[in-house]
Design a binder for this molecule. Structure first.
Ligand code: SAH
Length: 516
C-alpha cells in the first residue's frame, strides 16, 4: 500500500514519540544557544547568511589580482618552448586571456599576506621540481598529513570558515535518515547494511540519521547496522567520536591500521573510521557524501589556440613570496580526463571524483545499496569555480594556503559519466525540491507544534529558510543518487539471500516520499 507523504510522515513522526526524543537536540540547543555555537542559527540569518557563500557560484569572473603569466619550463622540448613563447606573447598582447578573465581566484583581496608554513612547503617544492598543478596544490593544502587545512582544523560553524546544512538544522539529517530507510525498504529490507559516510565533518549528519534509526527501531528491527566513516582529518575524527560514540566504551585506536579508530554509538551500533573508501568492507551499503566532492582536487584547463593547456601554480618572479597562476606551455597528462565532447573553453576536471564514483558504482552494482551525494555544483556547464573561504568570506586561493578552505563546484555530468552505466543515476535535483519531496514541511510543522519556546521556533524557521530559500541553499545545492538498475526498473535480481524481490517504487526525494 502506498500512503501519501503527508500521512506517511505524520504517522512516522508520531510513531517515533516526537514529544520527547525527537526534540532531544532542542533543549540542548537552547542551553548551548547561550554560547556562540548554536546561537549561529539565529545570528547567521541576521548576518545575511554568510554560510552560503561557500556555495556561491564563482561564475562572474572579474579582473584578477593575480598576474596570469606563462612561464616556460626548461623541461619542455624546444618546440614546446617556442609554443610557450608564443603563448607568452599572446598573454601580453591579450592580457584578458591571462589576467583573470577565466579565474575567480584573484577576485578577492588578500586577507592575510603572511607566508604560512604550507606556503613555504609549496615554494620549496616548486623551486625543486617546478610549477605544480592546481590539483596538487589543493591536495597538499587541504590534506597534507602534517600541515593540511582539513587535517588539524575544525573549520565548521560560526567560529570556523563555513557552515553546512546538517549544522544548520536537525531536520536535514532526519530527512536523509528517512531516505535511507525508504531505500532499504524499497530494496527488500536486507538483514544487514552498512552506512558509509564520506567526509563526515563533525559527525552531525550521521548523528541525526542514527537518531532517526533509533526512533524507527520498530521498522529496522532485526537489521544489523554498522557505521563506516571515511575521514582524513585527525581533528575532525576526534570530534566525530565525541558526537557519535558512547563515552563509557573506550575507543580503539590503531594509527597503522586501515581502520584507524573504532567505537560504539550511543545506541550500540559499531562505528569504524578509515582514510580511504577502498578500505571499507564491501557489502550491502548505503553511501552518503555531503559537501565532500567539492573539496576533491581539480585540474584546471584553459582552451588556447594551440589546444587545451593546464593551469599550474608557480612562484611570482616579481614578488618572491607570492604565488601566481601560469599556463603550461605544452600538453599535460591530465588532459586525458577532458571529455571528447567538451564545448567550454575553461574547465575543471576532478579525477579523484571519477575514481570514487567508479568505486561506488562497482560496489552498488555488486552488492546493492545506494549512494546519496549532495553538494553544490552544475551539470557540466560552469567554468571557473575554484575559490577559497576563510571566516565565512571569499578568500584568495593563493594567499596564506593552509588557513582557508579550497573548493570547486561539483560537475554532476562528469559523475554521471563516471558511473559508466554500471548503476542508474538520478538527479541532480535542487535541494529545495529534494527536501520538499522528503516532507520537510510536515517535519517542520511537527517540531513547531511540539515547541513552545519562541526562540526555538524562530531558529527552526530560520533553519528551514536557509535550507529551502532558492536564494540561499535551496537552489545552489543538489542531490544526486546512484542506485542498482533493478531498483529503478524492477527485476528479480537477488542482492543477497535474505532479500525479497526489489520493486520499482519511486525513489524518495527525486519523487514524493511514499511509504509502503
Ligand atoms: N559532510 C560534512 C563536512 C563537509 S567538509 C558536512 O556537511 O557538514 C569536508 C569533509 O571531508 C571534512 O570532514 C574533511 O575532513 C573531509 N575530507 C576532505 N578531503 C577528504 C579526503 N580526501 N578523504 C576523506 N575525507 C576528506
Amino acid at each position: 500500500m502506498r500512503v501519501p507523504v503527508r500521512s506517511a510522515l505524520r504517522s512516522l513522526w508520531d510513531a517515533a514519540r516526537p514529544g520527547k526524543r525527537w526534540l532531544r537536540r532542542i533543549p540542548a540547543a537552547v542551553e548551548i544557544a547561550r554560547s556562540a555555537s548554536v546561537a549561529r542559527l539565529g545570528s547567521l540569518g541576521a548576518q545575511g547568511l554568510t554560510f552560503s557563500q561557500k556555495a556561491l557560484g564563482a561564475g562572474d569572473p572579474s579582473p584578477s589580482g593575480h598576474e596570469m603569466a606563462v612561464r616556460s619550463w626548461t623541461k619542455c622540448v624546444p618546440s614546446l618552448r617556442l609554443l610557450g613563447a608564443v603563448i607568452r606573447v599572446l598573454g601580453s598582447v591579450i592580457p584578458c586571456i591571462w589576467r583573470g578573465k577565466y579565474f575567480s581566484s584573484g577576485n578577492v583581496p588578500a586577507q592575510n599576506n603572511r607566508v604560512t608554513p604550507m606556503q613555504r612547503h609549496l615554494m620549496y617544492k616548486i623551486k625543486s621540481t617546478g610549477p605544480i598543478t592546481v590539483a596538487e596544490y589543493m591536495k597538499e593544502v587541504l590534506t597534507n598529513p602534517a600541515k593540511g587545512y582539513y587535517v588539524h582544523h575544525d573549520m565548521l560553524g560560526e567560529k570556523g570558515d563555513f557552515i553546512t546544512s546538517p549544522e544548520i538544522s536537525q531536520i536535514f539529517g532526519e530527512l536523509i535518515g528517512i531516505w535511507f530507510i525508504s531505500e532499504w525498504i524499497a530494496a527488500g529490507k536486507s538483514a544487514a547494511f552498512q552506512l558509509v559516510e564520506l567526509g563526515p565533518g563533525r559527525g552531525t549528519l550521521t548523528g541525526d540519521i542514527l537518531r532517526v534509526f533509533s526512533q524507527l527501531g520498530s521498522v529496522l528491527k532485526n537489521c544489523d547496522i554498522s557505521i563506516h566513516l571515511v575521514e582524513v582529518s585527525q581533528k575532525l575524527s576526534e570530534i566525530q567520536a565525541l558526537t557519535l560514540t558512547e563515552e563509557k566504551i573506550p575507543l580503539e585506536r590503531n594509527a597503522e591500521s586501515l581502520v584507524y579508530m573504532k567505537g560504539v554509538s550511543k545506541s550500540g551500533i559499531p562505528i569504524s573510521w578509515y582514510r580511504n573508501l577502498q578500505d571499507v568492507p564491501k557489502g550491502y551499503s548505503f553511501y552518503l557524501a555531503h559537501e565532500f566532492f567539492d573539496v576533491l582536487p581539480v585540474h584546471k584547463f584553459q582552451k588556447t589556440p594551440q589546444g587545451w593547456r593546464e593551469v599550474f601554480i608557480d612562484i611570482d618572479p616579481q614578488i618572491s613570496d607570492k604565488l601566481r597562476f601560469v599556463l603550461a606551455p605544452c600538453s599535460t597528462p591530465a588532459e586525458a580526463f577532458i571529455q571528447q565532447d567538451e564545448t567550454r573553453d575553461h574547465i575543471e576536471v576532478c579525477p579523484d571524483a571519477g575514481v570514487i564514483i567508479q568505486e561506488l558504482s562497482q560496489r552498488i552494482a555488486l552488492t546493492g545499496g545506494a549512494a546519496l551525494i549532495a553538494d553544490y555544483g552544475h551539470d557540466g556547464t560552469k567554468t571557473d569555480t575554484f575559490r577559497g573561504f576563510c571566516g565565512h568570506k571569499l578568500h584568495d586561493v593563493l594567499t596564506a594556503p593552509g588557513t582557508a578552505d579550497l573548493t570547486a563546484d561539483v560537475d554532476f555530468r562528469y559523475l554521471r559519466k563516471m558511473a559508466q552505466e554500471k548503476v542508474a543515476s538520478l538527479g541532480p535535483v535542487e535541494q529545495k525540491t529534494f527536501l520538499k519531496n522528503m516532507g520537510i514541511d510536515v517535519r517542520l510543522k511537527v517540531l513547531l507544534d511540539k515547541s513552545d519556546d519562541p526562540s526555538m521556533r524562530q531558529q527552526l524557521l530560520q533553519g528551514y529558510d536557509m535550507l529551502m530559500n532558492p536564494k540561499k541553499m535551496g537552489e545552489r545545492f543538489n542531490f544526486f543518487a546512484l542506485l542498482p538498475h533493478q531498483r529503478l526498473h524492477g527485476g528479480n535480481h537477488q542482492v543477497n539471500a535474505q532479500q525479497t524481490k526489489p520493486s520499482a517504487s519511486p525513489v524518495a526525494g527525486f519523487d514524493e516520499l511514499t511509504w509502503r
